[in-house]
Design a protein around this ligand. Structure first.
Ligand code: FE2
Ligand code: FE2
Length: 168
């Protein structure tokens, strides 16, 4: 057992209750929907809604950092073990994450009045949308067929996500 898993396991019964019942695909798909909703909300905000934009941008960045981290730490390595095809898919996903993380980092240091603020949120949303399509149409179906213990992976990711959300 890794140090990370031990810490996760200590996160407590509350987290266990939270983790109960959601498999890896359900958890990741729910995250995808949540972040898509937030991007849509952002898009609907007017130019003068600076405080709301900033709040939402922070929430989006935090959710995406937690999501990409649990995928990279837990889900992707499990997928990688499922053959060359899966490995190529994961490689592509990791490159897409890196590009998203770069934009996230820039956005975290920006304010709504800065040049390109709206454009960067928009492009990040588009990149995530593309990435999510590939995960949901290619990687998740493959994961379902692969014989992975999706329930156990879901629990592990739920615990890790909770831990990350409390520190981000
Ligand atoms: Fe994802
Ligand atoms: Fe991803």
């Amino acid at each position: 057992m890794t140090a990370r898993t031990q810490t996760g396991a200590r996160a407590g019964t509350q987290a266990n209750a939270l983790a109960a019942g959601q498999d890896a695909i359900a958890l990741l798909t729910a995250d995808h929907r949540e972040v898509k909703d937030m991007f849509e909300q952002f898009d609907e905000l007017g130019d003068r809604a600076k405080a709301s934009k900033e709040k939402l941008k922070e929430k989006i960045c935090k959710a995406l950092i937690a999501h990409t981290t649990i995928e990279e730490e837990i889900f992707y390595p499990a997928m990688r073990a499922k053959g060359e095809d899966a490995e190529d898919m994961v490689d592509e996903a990791v490159v897409e994450h890196a590009s998203a993380k770069d934009l996230i980092k820039q956005l975290q240091e920006m304010q709504p009045d800065d040049d390109l603020y709206d454009a960067k949120v928009k492009v990040l949303g588009e990149q995530i949308d593309h990435h999510v399509q590939e995960e949901e149409k290619e990687m998740f179906p493959k994961a379902k067929k692969s014989g992975l213990d999706l329930m156990a992976l879901g629990q592990e990711m739920a615990l890790r996500k909770q831990e990350l959300m409390s520190t981000l």
